[in-house]
Design a protein around this ligand. Structure first.
Ligand code: ZN
Length: 273
């Protein structure tokens, strides 16, 4: 067992008993976290005994620089309370980072599940986009928190990782929206195909009329010469397209107008080939 750093200082361990190393007049330069892995910890360069994760880099006016633990740093700068407060602050930041890392792993698996759901079905659950948007909201908040710890405590990689994941969520939202759009267009095209397959005609004073659910319209009517003609008009268009020829009966005129409308809708991509 390694004795607490306090005791090592008192016992004059390591450089504490080296006459060439100053024991006071040091000041704190900066700090860093060596991370969670035990193999990444190092030995305090002052007492040369204690394993440290949170490094206090101490500088002396003579130009010396040592990487030390909290207690040695406190004795070197002559203020143990300040060194302890600094160390606690770092530990709290490290705990925040570790909590966020766990939450990030959970969010990643959440995203991959939503992704699978989006890819593998011919329809899309109405909960997909709201779920992704909730995830984006949570992640935007965490990116903000990570930015603060990156700035104050140097956890740069953690911040970058969060930014990268937020971008993945954004991409998933945009993909889900594209997919929803495709599915809606497909459903509308299927509906239109069914309506054209089995049109419901309405009687008019001089013939009959058919309107699709998209509001495309066909009109068939009897001409003064006793023959039949027709026209179709696309939804939103002000001009109608007239039949080029006349027909002997109403059904022929209707079938010709339907065929012409179908062809036009296919050209526009509103109807499957
Ligand atoms: Zn030490």
């Amino acid at each position: 067992m390694i004795a607490p750093e306090q005791e090592l200082v008192a016992r004059g361990c390591g450089k504490w008993s080296d006459p060439d190393v100053p024991k006071s007049g040091w000041s704190y330069a900066y700090g860093h976290d060596l991370g969670l892995g035990k193999d990444r910890h190092k030995i305090c360069e002052m007492c040369e005994a204690i394993h440290i994760r949170f490094v206090h880099v101490m500088r002396h006016p003579t130009g010396l620089e040592l990487e030390t633990g909290c207690i040695c740093a406190g004795h070197m700068e002559g203020n143990l309370a300040v060194a302890r407060a600094r160390d606690d602050d770092r530990k709290r930041a490290a705990e925040r980072v570790s909590r966020r890392q766990k939450a990030l792993a959970k969010a990643r698996s959440q995203l991959s599940q939503i992704d699978v759901e989006t890819e593998s079905h011919d329809h899309m659950s109405s909960s997909v986009i709201p779920a992704l948007e909730r995830l984006r909201k949570v992640m935007s908040h965490r990116v903000g928190e990570a930015a603060k710890d990156a700035k104050d405590h140097d956890y740069i990689l953690e911040h970058i990782e969060h930014i990268g994941f937020l971008a993945e969520v954004e991409l998933a939202i945009s993909n889900a929206k594209d997919r929803l759009q495709t599915l809606l267009l497909r459903a509308r095209a299927e509906q239109l195909a069914l309506e054209l397959e089995d049109p419901v005609w309405w009687k008019t004073p001089k013939g009959r009329r058919f309107t699709t659910s998209h509001n495309d319209r066909i009109q068939i009517f009897l001409l003064p010469d006793g023959r039949w003609s027709g026209l179709y008009q696309l939804a939103g268009d002000t001009d109608a397209t007239w039949a080029k020829r006349r027909y002997d009966d109403m059904d022929s005129a209707a079938n010709a107008a339907l065929a012409a409308l179908r062809q036009k809708l296919r050209k526009l991509g509103r109807l499957a080939m």
